[in-house]
Design a protein around this ligand. Structure first.
Ligand code: DC
Length: 244
């Protein structure tokens, strides 16, 4: 399936939802299948959290965080089979560094700062170039691309998301140090982290995590990746957005 090149507006598909639901995997696969660009908006917040930590900027120093966000020297490289799209900060490959749960938690904290969101808004909108983009995040459908013709909101139980996140982290070797701890304990720890992050992302005043009014919500708790992909591709087809 591919999207027809046209002089019309680029096609934007937004994929929002809570942590660990599989947005990244689904969005990357969709973008490949449809020949669209991919925006991993969470990576921007993760990189900012990392950069702030490196520079000793406090997460409560809103002015400095906003300034740091507007001058962030970040670029996206080629796709890594395990880690996804490579992320470069100040010329350094930080792809693995930003994928830890700590980096996720730091990202969620800096993401609650309105000046940060404001500074990163245009950078995200710049991804709307032909033939289009699959944009993954928390507020893609509500704030960044409110006019997108297809908005997906993925959900899954917290337990299932903790399981997926656990598998994702262990696949990437990021949890090696904790191998001796039982899987059950580790998953519960991840579940607590995920739930805390959900709470922070949903309760903040600036662009909270929520489904856009016209989003299609898909509960993926009992679904495998292929089922989610075909559900979304059917929506693309039904709305005559892509060409088989
Ligand atoms: O999708 P992710 O786990 O990489 O996102 C990390 C954090 O960044 C997430 O907890 C909240 C924040 N985020 C956000 O506030 N808005 C987005 N569009 C994407 C991520």
């Amino acid at each position: 399936m591919s999207v027809e090149m046209s002089i019309e507006k680029p096609l934007v598909i937004t994929v929002d939802g809570p942590g660990g639901v599989g947005k990244g995997t689904i969005s990357l696969l969709l973008s490949n299948k449809l020949g669209l660009n991919y925006l991993d908006s969470g990576a921007l917040y993760r990189v900012l959290g990392l950069s702030a930590k490196k520079k000793g900027i406090s997460f409560s120093d809103e002015n400095s965080l906003g300034a740091e966000a507007s001058k962030l020297d970040i670029s996206f490289g080629t796709e890594d089979p395990d880690l996804g799209v490579r992320v470069i900060l100040d010329g350094e490959d930080v792809t693995a560094d930003i994928r830890t749960e700590d980096a996720g938690s730091a990202a969620s904290k800096v993401a609650a700062v309105p000046a940060v969101r404001e500074a990163l808004l245009q950078r995200q909108r710049d991804f709307e170039i032909n033939p289009g983009v699959v944009a993954d995040g928390r507020d893609m459908g509500t704030t960044v691309f409110p006019d997108a013709p297809l908005k997906i909101f993925l959900i899954a139980s917290a337990e299932e998301r903790a399981k997926r996140r656990y598998l994702q982290l262990t696949n990437k070797g990021l949890r090696e140090k904790e191998d001796s701890v039982s899987i059950r304990t580790l998953q519960s720890k991840i579940q607590r982290e995920i739930e805390e992050r959900d709470r922070r992302d949903s309760e903040r005043s600036a662009s909270p995590l929520r489904a856009a009014d016209n989003a299609v919500t898909i509960d993926t708790t009992e679904m495998v990746i292929d089922e989610v992909i075909s559900t979304v591709l059917n929506l693309v087809k039904d709305r005559s957005l892509g060409k088989m």
